[in-house]
Design a protein around this ligand. Structure first.
Ligand SMILES: Nc1ncnc2c1ncn2[C@@H]1O[C@H](COP(=O)(O)OP(=O)(O)OP(=O)(O)O)[C@@H](O)[C@H]1O
Length: 670
C-alpha cells in the first residue's frame, strides 16, 4: 500500500491586485461602521488577518446564498450583512406589530411596500376564492323530488271542531238538511277536524256536485289524519250527498280497502248515512262465490253494452276481488266512476299484485288505443252479429260510440274522466314513485297534525309527514315494559290483574303464538280464580282472532267482543288497521311491532274519536335498543313512558303461571 505524501502549504505572497482588493474592502468596512453607529463614534475596525479574509469571503458567499431566500423588499445588492440586518428589521417589525391591530399586521401596507420595493409590479388581479357550499339540510333533501302539492299541503288543527247547524242546509260544510238530520239521529252533532276540511272541499262548489265533469274535472285529494279521527265519514258524507242526486243506478263510487273486515265496517257506515236516500251499496271481497257477487253487481249480461251495467251505486271491495270482476264480469265498468276512494292508501299502494292500481286507473278512462278502434260494421255473412249498444256511455267515452263516426274538429274540447281520487291514511305515504303511479290530478293535501297545545308550523307538519313522524291521538297514553322473553306472559297477567286491562286487543306476531297465548291465559285464569277468589269470581274471557278462523267465526267473535262478552281479543296484525271498536280501552303489543307504521295503527285501535286509551308494548330485552331507536327516529320516544315492573310485582303470579305452563306442555305433548 503506497502512502501519498501531502506537500507542505507554501505561504503565498499577496499579489498587488489582492492587496488592492483588501484595501478597498477595509475602506468599505470602515465606512459602513461609521454609518451604522448612530452615536457617531467610530467603530474600531477589527484586526485584519488572512484568515479573516477567508472567513469574510466565506461569510459573503453565505450571505449571497441566504439572499436567495430573503424577502423581495431586502435589496441584496447593497447588503453585505443580511443576517444582522434581517434581525434588526424583525425586531422593529415585532415592535410595530405590538402597536397595531392583528388584522392590520397581517395586511401589507401598500405605501410601505412602495417605499421598500419600488420595483414591485402592480398588485395582481385577485380572483375570488372557491367557496364550498354548505351541504343541504336533511329537511331540504327530504323535500327533493316530492310532489309540489305535498309541500303546499294544508295544515289542519286536530282540535278544530265544527258544530252542525240545528236545522236547514249547512252552508259551511255543504251538507244538506237531510244529511245533517241523519247525522243527528246517529248522535253526531259536530264535525271532526279532518271532516271540516275534506267535506267543504268536496261539496263547497255546487258545480263540483255534478255526476260528470268532463270539461272541469275535479281535483284529487289526499288526507293524512291520526287514527280514530273520523276519516271514514270524511269521504262517506260527500259521496252520499253527491250521489243522492242520481237518477239511474251506475257504479259511481268505488271504495278500495285492504281487508274484508274493513269492507264490512265501511259498508255499515255507508248504510247508516245513506239510509232513506235510495242508494244501492254492494261489496266484493271473495266472501261469497264469484257468481253470487256477479249477480249482485251487474244486472244486464248483454256483452254489447258499451256503457256497462250496474246494480249498485257504491261498491266497497278489496283489490283482489275488484281485479277479478274487471277481468271476468261482463258489463262491469268503471267508466261512470265519480269517486275512487283508496283508504289505508299506504298499505294498498304497497300491494302490487296483478298491477291492480294501474288496471283500475286505466278502467276509469278511455285508453289511447281505444281512439284508434275502427267503427264496427255488421258483417253480411253473420246474422247473429250484434252491433255494440252505445248505451249510456260516460262523456269521456262518447267518441267511441260505434256506428256514429266521430269527426274531430279544432273546436273539440278534450273530455276528461270525471273520477275524483280520494286517498286517506293515518300513515300516508310520501314515496314519490308510489304517488306518481296514481296519476293524481292537481291534488290537494290535508294534514291533520300536532298536539293541541303544540301546533307545528305548516312546514314542520309537512316535514313530519315526509319524515314519517306520524301524529297520534292526543287522548292516547303509551307505555313500554322491557322484560325477559320468559316473563312476557307474567307481564300480561300483571297488566290484567294489577292495571285492570280489559276490553283489550292483544297483538302477537303470528297465528301460532296467538293460539298458544290464549291457551296459556285460559289455564291461568281458571287456576287463578280457584286459588284466589273462588270459582264464582268473574273470569277474564280471552279469545283468538286470526286468519285461521272462518269468516263467520270471525264475525261472531267480533260481535261478542263488541258486546263485551269477550274481554280480551288476541290477534295478529290482521285487524291492526282501520278496525273501529269504540269500547277498546287498551292495546297490548305482546310482541313488539317491527316498524313505526305498524305501531301507529296498533295503538290507534284505542283512544278513538276523542276517547281515552292506553297502549302497552312488551319489549324483550334484546329488542329494546331497536324499539327505542325506532321511536327516536319518529321523534316519539318522549311520548312513551317506561314502566318498571319488579320481581316482587310478578311473584304473586309465579306459582299459578308455572302450573299453567305444565298444563300447556301436556296439551302440546298430546
Ligand atoms: N263527527 C263525529 N262525531 C262523533 N263521532 C265521530 C265523528 N266522526 C267519526 N266519528 C266516530 O269516530 C270513530 C273513528 O272514526 P273512523 O273509523 O272514521 O276513524 P279513522 O280516522 O278512519 O281511523 P283509522 O285511521 O284507524 O282507520 C268512529 O266510531 C266514528 O263513528
Amino acid at each position: 500500500m503506497t502512502s501519498t505524501s501531502i506537500p507542505p502549504q507554501i505561504p503565498k505572497d499577496k499579489t498587488k491586485a489582492k492587496k488592492r482588493y483588501l484595501k478597498a474592502k477595509k475602506d468599505r468596512r470602515k465606512k459602513r461602521a461609521t454609518q451604522t453607529n448612530p452615536s457617531g463614534s467610530t467603530i474600531k475596525p477589527l484586526p485584519h488577518s488572512d484568515e479573516d479574509d477567508d472567513a469574510d469571503e466565506e461569510y459573503s458567499n453565505e450571505a449571497e446564498e441566504s439572499n436567495v431566500t430573503l424577502p423581495p423588499q431586502i435589496d441584496s445588492n447593497t447588503d453585505k450583512h443580511p443576517r444582522k440586518r434581517r434581525k434588526v428589521e424583525e425586531d422593529t417589525a415585532e415592535e410595530s406589530a405590538a402597536h397595531v391591530s392583528p388584522s392590520s399586521s397581517r395586511e401589507p401596507s401598500p405605501a410601505k411596500d412602495a417605499q421598500t420595493s419600488p420595483a414591485l409590479p402592480a398588485a395582481l388581479p385577485s380572483f375570488p376564492l372557491p367557496i364550498r357550499p354548505d351541504a343541504p339540510s336533511k329537511a331540504t333533501l327530504a323535500l327533493q323530488g316530492l310532489d309540489k302539492a305535498l309541500v303546499e299541503a294544508e295544515l289542519v288543527d286536530p282540535s278544530k271542531l265544527y258544530p252542525l247547524k240545528e236545522s236547514g242546509d249547512d252552508t259551511f260544510s255543504g251538507l244538506s238538511e237531510k244529511t245533517v238530520k241523519r247525522l243527528k239521529e246517529l248522535g253526531i252533532t259536530e264535525l271532526f277536524a279532518v271532516q271540516t276540511s275534506v267535506i267543504p272541499f268536496l261539496l263547497a262548489e255546487s258545480k263540483q256536485r255534478s255526476l260528470y265533469l268532463p270539461y272541469n274535472p275535479p281535483r284529487d285529494l289526499c288526507a293524512s289524519a291520526p287514527t280514530g279521527s273520523g276519516k271514514t265519514l270524511a269521504y262517506v258524507l260527500p259521496i252520499v250527498e253527491i250521489l243522492s242526486a242520481r237518477i239511474v243506478t251506475r257504479l259511481r263510487a268505488l271504495v278500495v280497502l285492504p281487508t274484508r273486515d274493513l269492507v264490512n265496517q265501511v259498508k255499515e257506515t255507508f248504510e247508516a248515512i245513506a239510509k232513506g236516500r235510495g242508494l244501492k251499496i254492494g261489496t266484493a271481497t271473495g266472501q261469497h262465490s264469484f257468481a253470487h257477487e256477479q249477480a249482485q253487481l251487474v244486472g244486464d249480461k248483454n256483452p254489447n253494452l258499451q256503457g256497462g251495467s250496474s246494480k249498485v251505486d257504491i261498491l266497497i271491495c278489496t283489490p283482489g276481488r275488484l281485479i277479478d270482476h274487471l277481468n271476468g264480469t261482463p258489463n262491469f265498468s268503471l267508466q261512470h266512476l265519480r269517486f275512487l276512494v283508496i283508504d289505508e292508501a299506504d298499505r294498498l299502494l304497497a300491494q302490487s299484485f296483478q298491477d291492480w292500481l294501474a288496471r283500475v286507473l286505466s278502467a276509469t278512462r278511455p285508453s289511447s288505443t281505444d281512439d284508434a278502434l275502427p267503427n264496427v260494421t255488421a258483417p253480411d255473412c253473420d246474422p247473429s252479429f250484434e252491433l255494440p249498444h252505445p248505451d249510456a256511455m260516460a262523456p269521456a267515452y262518447h267518441h267511441l260510440i260505434h256506428g256514429v263516426p266521430h269527426i274531430h274538429t279544432d273546436l273539440d274540447e278534450r273530455k276528461e274522466s270525471s273520477c275524483q281520487k280520494l286517498l286517506f291514511s293515518a300513515t300516508l305515504t310520501r314515496d314519490p314513485s308510489k304517488i306518481s303511479s296514481l296519476n293524481l290530478r292537481n291534488p290537494k293535501y290535508f294534514v291533520v297534525q300536532g298536539a293541541t297545545n303544540n301546533l307545528p308550523t305548516k312546514e314542520d307538519a309537512v316535514m313530519d309527514l315526509v319524515m314519517e313522524k306520524f301524529s297520534m291521538p292526543a287522548t292516547l297514553t303509551e307505555h313500554m315494559l322491557v322484560c325477559e322473553t320468559s316473563q312476557k306472559p307474567l307481564m300480561l297477567f300483571f297488566l290484567v290483574h294489577q292495571h285492570s286491562v280489559s276490553n283489550a286487543l292483544v297483538f302477537t306476531k303470528s297465528a301460532e303464538s296467538t293460539s298458544r297465548l290464549v291457551r296459556l291465559f285460559e289455564f291461568f285464569e281458571s287456576l287463578w280464580a280457584q286459588e284466589n277468589a273462588g270459582p264464582e269470581r268473574k273470569q277474564t274471557v280471552i279469545r283468538a282472532y286470526s286468519s285461521d278462523l272462518s269468516a263467520s267465526d270471525r264475525r261472531t267473535i267480533l260481535e261478542q267482543f263488541k258486546n263485551q262478552e269477550i274481554h280480551i281479543l288476541v290477534c295478529s296484525d290482521l285487524i291492526s288497521r282501520g278496525i273501529d271498536i269504540s269500547h277498546v280501552s287498551h292495546v297490548v303489543s305482546y310482541d313488539a311491532p317491527i316498524d313505526m307504521r305498524k305501531y301507529v295503527h296498533r295503538v290507534g285501535r284505542t283512544a278513538r274519536a276523542g276517547r281515552t286509551g292506553d297502549a302497552w308494548t312488551l319489549v324483550e330485552e334484546q329488542e329494546a335498543r331497536y324499539f327505542k331507536n325506532m321511536l327516536k327516529a319518529a321523534d316519539h320516544m318522549d311520548a312513551v313512558k317506561r314502566m318498571r315492573v319488579s320481581e316482587k310485582d310478578l311473584t304473586p303470579f309465579m306459582p299459578t303461571y308455572e302450573k299453567s305452563l305444565v298444563k300447556l306442555r301436556e296439551i302440546y305433548v298430546k
